[in-house]
Ligand binder design. Structure first.
Ligand code: F6R
Length: 605
């Protein structure tokens, strides 16, 4: 959450800051701002809303200077308004910040008791004002190091100083920060994606690191304030994948890209000639693994929920799942024979990263299933399984969800086979079926018209409910999450069998109820629950691969999806739910790629 950019150059920087902020907007978009140094002055421009607005302000009133910092905000302390937008500047320093300063109230009281006045409601301004005091007697780097000692919480910072017109200081504790290198220009950024249009040479700060950038030098200091060297990574060139091409928005592009996402994942991990899965170097031999613990947030957590059913079906291994924000504070009994798996598109989610760190601190083996291979979570894990889904820009996760399920499915199959819990014939059969998946996803995407009709029918409703059993329960949760985050229409996901324990009370005339009922062992039971809904006036959309089923005239809509094999149904059933959320949001004129109040990379607790 919140995006930071800093550029030290020998030419004007504001245009490149704006371009980088546009790439960072997925991290926060309620306000934007930048500060440059010019003629021994800090020039600050900021506004509520999007980077486009900031760009227009700069067009009329340019910010000159060859050193600058920029920020897109996702509000934590203080409403999204111009005063609370970053940078936060005094006459002497200017600061952009991602994260939360947990002791800001106390620090603010201390500063105020010394007669220092605050302009904003943010926690960030505390840093600005502490630095303004320290820099009176110290060098920039020392003033930052002394200020950092007073701060509690997690953060990434970018700082410029009025009297140092070729200097940016960055600092990281908890929240990610990267440095990029080019000729006569160096960069600071919340992630490599922000810097990719300018360079492919990147270093990452570790927790506690401070960096000092000029246009032709970069220095790093660790927590002990010792000068250190950093590895320089060369990034892969996937710029084009992050363009939306002819699509209306990134989300529709990413939904329609899913056959390719799955194909890429299969090509990466499946040997179609040998009928085998290319997964080696397990940090623990699958035969001696006692338990698999899956940890994630949001949509990524839903992929773990699905995987739990797969592991239970295919193997005898015990599986535990938890949302990262709970796991990190639980009193966990760690076991060296367990494999702890962290699933994350961005690889930067604060809670997931903290849960991973907890495992590292307890010396247990970790694996990450991530899309961004340069991310903190990937770099901190013993074993990394990349999704190979390409950049996902739409804030609501779609193709990464399918990618996450794919990797977890492949992992489950390989572990179960290595443990002799799936025999050779089943293994080969399942691999052959998996290869059919991209085509099936392609086929269901062709049903967009039908789903558009359903969207028209439900978009003015007050709420909705999504029901499923078995693996279709997490898919119901995912369908509900997509609908609520994109269209702001209230949506509840429930195990169909739980309805009569309370939620049935919500069913009234015309309430849309989306029932996910593939032909599995639960079908008849789910269908009985559907009848209970219909009897109370619910308007049912049934999504099923049981084509032979005689349709009950009281079901308002039925979407038939392809069938390959039972365990692959979650992939196929997800697609209509993504399209439904997308079309409802489109009809409601919502900002599809940037839903209100959200951000793509959740780097605060
Ligand atoms: C919902 C969504 C979020 C993320 C969650 C975790 O569409 O995208 O729920 O899944 O914030 O993010 P990652 O996967 O980056 O750890």
């Amino acid at each position: 959450m919140c995006g930071i950019i800093g550029i030290a150059s020998n030419k004007a920087v504001s245009t490149n800051i704006i371009e980088s902020l546009k790439r960072l907007e997925y991290r926060g978009y309620d306000s934007a701002g930048l500060a440059t140094l010019h003629n021994n002055q800090i020039l600050e421009k900021k506004c509520t809303g999007r980077v486009e607005k900031l760009e227009k302000i700069l067009f009329k009133n340019p910010a000159l200077g060859s050193v600058g910092i920029g920020h897109v905000r996702w509000a934590t302390h203080g409403v999204p308004n111009e005063v609370n937008a970053h940078p936060h500047s005094s006459e002497i320093v200017s600061v952009v910040h991602n994260g939360i300063i947990e002791n800001s109230d106390q620090l603010k009281k201390d500063l105020e008791s010394n007669g220092i006045k605050f302009k904003s409601q943010t926690d960030t301004e505390v840093i600005t004002l502490l630095l303004t005091e320290e820099i009176k007697n110290e060098s920039p780097i020392k003033s930052v190091q002394k200020t950092l000692k007073k701060l509690k919480g997690s953060f990434a910072l970018g700082i410029i100083f009025k009297s140092f017109d070729n200097l940016i200081v960055g600092a990281r504790r908890g929240s990610p920060l990267a440095v990029g290198y080019a000729k006569d220009e160096n960069y600071l950024g919340s992630d490599s994606y922000a810097l990719k249009s300018m360079t492919n040479k990147i270093s990452y700060l570790d927790d506690g690191d401070v960096c000092v950038l000029t246009k032709n030098s970069v220095e790093f200091y660790n927590l002990e304030e010792k000068k250190i060297n950093k590895k320089v990574h060369t990034l892969s060139d996937d710029k084009n994948l992050a363009e939306k091409g002819d699509y209306k928005n990134f989300m529709s592009k990413e939904i329609f890209e899913q056959p390719i996402t799955v194909k890429n994942g299969i090509n990466e991990y499946v040997d179609k000639i040998k009928n085998d899965i290319n997964l080696y170097n397990f940090p623990i031999d699958p035969k001696s693994m006692e338990k698999i613990v899956l940890i994630a947030c949001g949509t990524a957590y839903h992929s773990c929920l699905v995987a739990k059913y797969w592991f239970e079906e295919m193997s005898n291994i015990e599986v535990e799942i938890d949302v990262a924000s709970e796991f990190r504070y639980r009193k966990i009994k760690f076991n060296k024979k367990n494999l702890y798996i962290f699933v994350s598109q961005s690889g930067e989610t604060a809670d997931t990263a903290a849960a991973l760190q907890l495992c590292k601190d307890n010396n247990v083996k970790t694996c990450s299933v991530v899309n961004v291979v340069e991310s903190s979570i990937a770099r901190n894990s013993d074993w990394v399984l990349p999704l190979h889904a390409g950049p996902e820009v739409g804030v609501a996760s779609t193709k990464a969800f399918l990618g996450q399920m794919l990797i977890l499915y492949i992992l489950c199959l390989k572990i179960s086979f290595n443990r002799n819990e799936v025999n050779k014939d089943e293994y080969i059969q399942k691999i052959n079926n998996l290869i059919k998946l991209p085509k099936a996803i392609d086929d269901i995407l062709k049903k967009e018209d039908q789903i558009q009709l359903v969207a028209k029918d439900i978009y003015e409703s007050k709420g909705s409910m999504f029901l499923g059993r078995g693996t279709s329960f997490p898919i119901a949760l995912e369908g509900a999450l997509k609908l609520k985050e994109l269209s702001y229409l209230h949506a509840e996901g429930y195990p169909a069998g739980e309805m009569k324990h309370g939620p049935l009370a919500l069913i009234e005339d015309g309430l849309p109820v989306i029932v996910i009922a593939p032909k599995d062992k639960y079908f008849e039971k789910t269908f009985s629950n559907t009848q209970e809904v219909i009897a109370r006036g619910g308007k049912v959309l049934l999504i099923t691969d049981k084509h032979e089923m005689v349709i009950n005239e009281n079901i308002r809509f039925k979407i038939d999806v392809p069938f390959i094999e039972e365990s692959l149904s979650p992939f196929i059933l997800t697609i209509p739910l993504q399209l439904l959320a997308y079309h409802v949001a489109l009809l409601k004129n919502c900002d599809i790629d940037k839903p209100r109040n959200l951000a793509k990379s959740v780097t605060v607790e």
